[in-house]
Write a new protein. Structure first.
Length: 262
């Protein structure tokens, strides 16, 4: 259970910073997001592996460091955390102006999907090599490497795709009005594919480092009970929050990098 709580907490604060900096159009948003991801990786790494990203979770499972039966509960915790971060951030900055939600179409949509595929792969690939490889075991730089990958991605292609690189972030960003919902299904598909590809590439490059590391497993009934408890807690936590006004403007994930409508 504590692994899922750690995943929810880390993803909550990642999404909280993404949403607040997006709605406030903070110029240093990529740096703030990279920083919070790095510190949350350090904070939760010993508890859950600090994935905070369903694409990373699938990469770790393909790489054979996480039992597949634990993947649904990881994903549920991450999505719940992202939704919570988005809702709380919207509540806090409800009256602040922001740019329109990020969207793309035509040629720009293809470019956005490609950018999300490449940078999600890079992120998952870095996580596997700095946080799960026996060759880098016990290092102290893994959090900075992971945060740095997100920073590089945000600065390089944030204006092309909105810079999600994470299915939970894509769902949370759309909930917060930073990303258009029609993009979410496409982003989820390419991001999860990128995570799986990263896991396969790691296995190919490290054939002597793919033996499964023992990890405690929980049965499906226990995982479903944990997920139900989390949903009930989230519902109770956000009951009574004022709804956002329909005319409140919203912004993209990385507002200073995005080109808005395409």
């Amino acid at each position: 259970m504590r692994r899922y709580v750690a995943e929810a907490i880390g993803t909550f604060f990642l999404m909280f910073v993404i949403t607040t900096t997006g709605l406030l159009a903070t110029g240093a948003a990529p740096f703030a997001i990279a920083a919070v991801l790095a510190v949350m990786v350090y904070a939760g790494g010993h508890l859950s592996g600090a994935h905070y990203n369903p694409a990373v979770t699938i990469a770790v499972a393909v790489r054979n460091r996480l039992p597949w039966r634990n993947v649904p509960a990881y994903w549920a915790a991450q999505i719940l955390g992202a939704l919570g971060g988005a809702v709380v951030a919207r509540y806090i900055v409800v009256d602040h102006a922001a740019a329109p939600a990020f969207t793309a179409s035509g040629r720009a949509l293809s470019a956005a999907a490609t950018a999300e595929l490449l940078l999600t792969f890079a992120l998952a690939y870095v996580v596997l090599n700095v946080a799960t490889s026996k060759e880098t075991s016990g290092n102290s730089f893994y959090g900075l490497a992971i945060g740095g990958t997100v920073l590089a991605g945000a600065l390089s292609v944030g204006g092309v795709s909105g810079g999600a690189f994470n299915p939970a972030v894509a769902v949370g960003a759309a909930t917060a009005g930073l990303l258009n919902w029609p993009l979410v299904a496409l982003y989820l598909a390419v991001q999860l594919a990128a995570g799986a590809l990263a896991g396969l590439v790691f296995r190919a490059l490290n054939p002597d480092d793919i033996a499964e590391v023992a990890a405690p497993e929980t049965d499906l009934e226990t995982q479903l009970a944990d997920i139900t408890t989390g949903l009930e807690s989230l519902t109770m936590a956000f009951q009574g929050l004022p709804e956002r006004r329909a005319d409140s403007p919203r912004g993209p994930v990385f507002p200073e990098l995005s080109h808005g409508d395409r």
